[in-house]
Design a protein. Structure first.
Length: 163
């Protein structure tokens, strides 16, 4: 006698039991996957930052920067090599559906503090020479059809809406 026929025949004998069994298995599987993603998300920030980098933000919000006067105080701490600052810009391109993260950076030390920022030297030098210059990732540039040298109007949703 085949056990598969016996199992299949008895599966639908008590439909409530079958639904509860499948439901409990589905809930357990969902919780396992969800908690694995949450655990990974909490650990991801430390992996990206690296052991030799410390990120400091204002305790009230990412929008509120830390005073620039702290830069000299932080540089006096033993072991600190570079200090840079980034400020979240909160802008949109053309309309509000085209949001992507933008940061105002300190170009002096940005490459030393964030060595994974891989920009060719000629493009970096052109960025440094243009006060309105910007650097966009390849996927963002491809998404909007941008090319090197394009003027890209970004309107901020903060600071009174001007850009």
């Amino acid at each position: 006698m085949k056990f598969s026929r016996l199992i299949f025949a008895n599966l639908f004998r008590k439909k409530v039991r079958l639904i509860l069994t499948i439901g409990s298995f589905a809930v357990a599987l969902f919780l396992f996957a969800f908690l694995a993603v949450v655990r990974d998300a909490f650990g991801r920030g430390a992996d990206v930052a690296g052991a030799d980098r410390l990120v400091i933000i204002n305790r009230t919000s990412i929008i509120n920067p830390i005073p620039l006067s702290y830069r000299d105080k932080i540089l006096r701490i033993p072991g600190v090599k570079y200090v840079t600052h980034n400020n979240w810009f909160g802008g949109v391109y053309k309309d509000e559906k085209n949001f992507f993260p933008q940061f105002v950076i300190d170009p002096e030390n940005q490459r030393q503090v964030v060595p994974e920022l891989m920009v060719p030297d000629d493009q970096w030098n052109a960025f440094l020479k243009d006060r309105q210059g910007a650097i966009a990732g390849a996927r963002t540039a491809q998404r909007f059809g941008w090319k090197i040298g394009d003027r890209i109007p970004i309107k901020t949703t903060l600071y009174g809406g001007g850009a």
